[in-house]
Design a protein around this ligand. Structure first.
Ligand code: SF4
Length: 70
């Protein structure tokens, strides 16, 4: 399954992702973007391209596959 991640170190704190997809992103303690819900939505796909420093990525989450392996 895919999930969204943010590189908070790289984030410029422009607020664009939080404003565009408030169900997914929120502000962290220092105003950086943090993911509060990692579900990949259409809005998330849009902000991946919009972020000025490409701090947002969609990655493959293999956690569930690992769980099924004995
Ligand atoms: S769009 Fe990018 S730079 Fe702007 S707040 Fe979101 S992660 Fe940070």
């Amino acid at each position: 399954m895919e999930k969204v991640v943010v590189d908070s170190e790289r984030c410029l704190r422009c607020g664009l992702c939080v404003g565009t997809a408030p169900d997914t992103f929120d502000y962290g303690e220092d105003g950086e973007s943090v993911v509060k819900n990692d579900t990949v939505t259409e809005q998330v796909r849009e902000v991946v391209d919009m972020c000025p420093v490409a701090a947002i990525s969609i990655v493959e989450d293999n956690t569930e596959e690992e769980k099924t392996e004995e």
